[in-house]
Structure formats: structure tokens, C-alpha cells
Design a protein around this ligand. Structure first.
Ligand SMILES: Nc1ncnc2c1ncn2[C@@H]1O[C@H](COP(=O)(O)OP(=O)(O)OP(=O)(O)O)[C@@H](O)[C@H]1O
Ligand SMILES: Nc1ncnc2c1ncn2[C@@H]1O[C@H](COP(=O)(O)OP(=O)(O)OP(=O)(O)O)[C@@H](O)[C@H]1O
Lengths: 218, 218
């Protein structure tokens, strides 16, 4: 159980704060906007209105005692940098800040942020890559040409056994391995080659991207 | 090669537009803000200033001929909905829109968007889940308690064979399966139980989250 401060309760910060609280951590959520603070009441340990660029405010809130701080201020680059510097100066061991662009992110790294994130950019890249692969629900890259995909079983395979569909057998020979099958809420690890695929099944496939894309193209 | 229109060139939309163009598609990027349009010149097929809530503007740009439209307008919920309705009415086969919250997203689905995305919320959840698992580089959820993790080999296992570390053997018995090992640029699918783990190795592990977290905790 950790003590986390989240500064900035826009769409990104408010979701981080809520999720961390649900995961069992102590979360103090800070924003200068009263309405946004009100929306967090009961969804975090402590929601407080304040200007985080004001060191006195941060000290009064005991922020220097926290394990982790997340600076989720978005559009105001100056505030994002100032708050990150203040938190660093106050000795918080681990600071994650969000950046709008590479120059902003570079600056945050130089002032000592432990981790810089680019939420909209990262989601933009993911969306673009997944756009023309509608069966591919999610992709995790291992190398630029090898990864793991969560795939909705294409119509052409429904009713077939995994082996029939060419999806069974040792991955290391085919360069492609079905590691799990999800049907409703049930998950089977290393499913049998004779498992029949049904409409709605989700497959988790590991392998070379070009081989995986053969599965998902009609 | 597809024809894609991206409306809204904030951090999310501009990244989608650029990435799709780099992937070889034809991209028309539209925004009402001249400066944002200028920044896209040369990075997409065609960048144009315009108010996308104006049907005449969209028709003039030939938007009705496109395969896919992405509505990446952020804060202006009304504009996001209006533009999505216009594009739907004009017959674009596949429309992806971004939403600020569930009510906004629900509305977009009801008016016929094929896919609704919540970029900041999704990244907020990912960040919160990854925050106290620094060895876990990325996680893909299959169910709320079962997933795939890309893990940096923890120090306690370096020098050990996979079997020695308790990481070999049939996943379906242990509820945990190492599906790939990445060393430098080399990837091995279904690595041997006697493979010795080295500093810097990356493991791809599938299984129950609580078992996977046992690996990554010291
Ligand atoms: N000095 C400050 N002190 C406290 N909160 C601040 C400060 N400056 C900005 N904020 C808050 O940060 C939050 C997020 O910033 P903003 O809404 O500008 O970015 P955004 O990129 O639109 O956010 P998101 O994409 O997460 O919705 C806002 O709720 C804002 O009130
Ligand atoms: N009617 C419209 N026609 C064209 N562009 C529009 C219209 N309304 C808004 N936009 C553009 O949409 C873009 C994204 O919207 P906005 O900046 O409000 O959202 P944001 O959530 O901060 O974006 P991001 O998080 O992607 O940076 C802006 O560049 C804005 O000019």
C-alpha cells in the first residue's frame, strides 16, 4: 500500500487517481478547479483544491511525505514543469509527469522526472496501427516485427479445430503460437489442437507479425 | 492503401494522422486552427483548415469518398457529436470517434460510430496498473485476473535456467507460461526449460495475474 499524490484531475489524472485508489493505495488528488475536485470525493482518499505551483500549499498538504507523485497537468506546460520541479525539490522519491510533446518531455526528464508519459501520442500510435486490423483487439510489441495479439476469431475459422485452422502445433516451428483461448469469461492456457473455434472466441497469439496478419486477413 | 480523414489535430489526432501516413495510407487532416494545420504540412497527404461541423465544407473536401474517418476532437463534446453525425450521414463506412466520458461515448455509439476510444482514460488505467511493477514493461488484459506481461527478468533469476526459476513446464498445469524470450534483438518462441536467464533478458509471460506478480516481486 503506497501513498500517491496526483496533481491535475483532467481525464488522465482523474482516471489514474481512481484506479490507484481501487487498487488499494492511498491517493491524494489535487486540482485548482473546484468542480473537478468535487467529482473525486469518495473516489480517492483525499481530494483537495489547490494551486500546485504554490510550494506552501504542497508543504501544508504533506506532499513531501509521499512515495510517488503523478503530475497529470495537461495543456499548461509551464505549470507542469513548475509543479514537477517543486515535487523534485521536496524530495518525493518517484515522479511521473505527462508531456505534450518531445521538448516538454525532454525538459521534464532534465529536471529529474523518473518517468515521462505521452498518453495521447501513445494511444494515437496504437489506434493507427490497429485501425485496419479490426479483428486484432490489442497488440503488444516485442520487436518491431514480432509480438502478441489478442484476436477475435475470424469468421473463416469458426467451426474449425485449431489444428484444422493451422493454428496448433509447436510455435517454435511455425513461428506462431496460440497461447490462450478466451470463451466468455473462461480462459484456457495452451488450448488443445482439437479445440473447435466458436463465434465470439478470443485467441491470444504470439509470433511474427506477418504470420499473425495472415490469420486476420480474409 | 486506404483513404482516411482525421478531424481534430490535437495531440491525439495529429499523432494518428502522422502514423497512418507513415504506414502508407492517404491522410487528409482537418482542423479549424490554422497553426495546427500548418504543423501537419508534409506529414500527411493533405492538411486543410476548416470547420468540420459545416457540412458544405466536408462535402467540398470530398470527405464522403473516404474509407475511414477519425473524429479526434477533444474538449468540445458538441462539435465531436455533430461532426460524427455529419460523417455518418455522408455515408463514410467506418467512423472512429474519441470520447471524454461514458455519456459522451454512449452518445457517439448511439449515433452510429463504429468504434469509440477513450485515450486518456485507457492510458490512465495502464499507468496505474504498471506504476508499482517496474519490472512489468507492458500488460495486456485477457480477463481482469488473467493476462500477458512483458517482463524484464528480475535480478533474483539471472544465471538460473527457466526450469530452475520455476518458469518452465506446461502452462496449463502451472497457470503460467513463458511464451517468448527476447535477448537483444533475438526472440525465441517457447524457450527451452534449460535456457539460462541473463541480465537484460525480456520474458513474455501468460497466466494468472497473481502468479505473474509473484515472479516480479523480490
Ligand atoms: N497549477 C495547478 N494546480 C493544480 N491543478 C492544475 C494546475 N494547472 C492545471 N491544473 C489542472 O490540471 C488538470 C488537467 O489539465 P488540462 O485540463 O489543462 O489538460 P488536459 O490535457 O485537457 O487533460 P486531460 O487530457 O487529462 O483531460 C486540469 O483539471 C487543471 O485544473
Ligand atoms: N468544429 C471543428 N472543426 C475542426 N476542428 C475542430 C473543431 N472543433 C475542434 N477542433 C479541433 O480539434 C482539436 C482537438 O481538440 P482539443 O484540443 O479541444 O482537444 P484535446 O482533448 O485537448 O486534444 P488532445 O488531447 O488530442 O491534445 C483542436 O485542434 C481543435 O482545433
Amino acid at each position: 500500500k503506497k501513498q500517491v499524490t496526483v496533481v491535475g484531475l483532467g481525464r488522465f489524472g482523474s482516471r489514474i487517481a481512481r484506479t490507484l485508489y481501487q487498487l488499494g493505495h492511498d491517493v491524494m488528488a489535487i486540482d485548482q478547479d473546484e468542480a473537478r475536485v468535487q467529482q473525486m470525493m469518495g473516489e480517492v482518499t483525499y481530494a483537495v483544491r489547490g494551486d500546485a505551483t504554490n510550494e506552501a500549499v504542497l508543504r501544508e498538504l504533506g506532499v513531501h511525505n509521499f512515495d510517488v507523485a503523478i503530475v497529470a497537468i495537461g495543456t499548461n506546460v509551464q505549470a507542469s514543469i513548475m509543479v514537477s520541479v517543486l515535487l523534485k525539490t521536496m524530495g518525493i522519491p518517484y515522479i511521473v509527469s505527462r508531456a505534450n510533446n518531445e521538448l516538454h518531455g525532454n525538459t521534464l526528464e532534465r529536471i529529474g522526472c523518473n518517468k515521462v508519459v505521452y498518453p495521447e501520442m501513445e494511444m494515437g500510435v496504437r489506434l493507427a496501427h490497429g485501425l485496419f486490423n479490426p479483428n486484432v483487439q490489442e497488440h503488444m510489441e516485442i520487436t518491431p516485427s514480432f509480438g502478441i495479439s489478442r484476436i477475435a476469431v475470424p469468421d473463416k475459422y469458426t467451426g474449425m479445430a485449431l489444428a484444422e485452422a493451422g493454428l496448433a502445433g509447436k510455435g517454435d516451428r511455425n513461428g506462431l503460437l496460440v497461447v490462450a483461448l478466451k470463451r466468455g469469461d473462461e480462459v484456457t492456457l495452451s488450448p488443445d489442437p482439437d479445440e473447435k473455434l466458436l463465434v465470439g472466441d478470443i485467441l491470444v497469439v504470439v509470433g511474427w507479425d506477418n504470420l499473425v496478419s495472415k490469420i486476420t486477413t480474409t
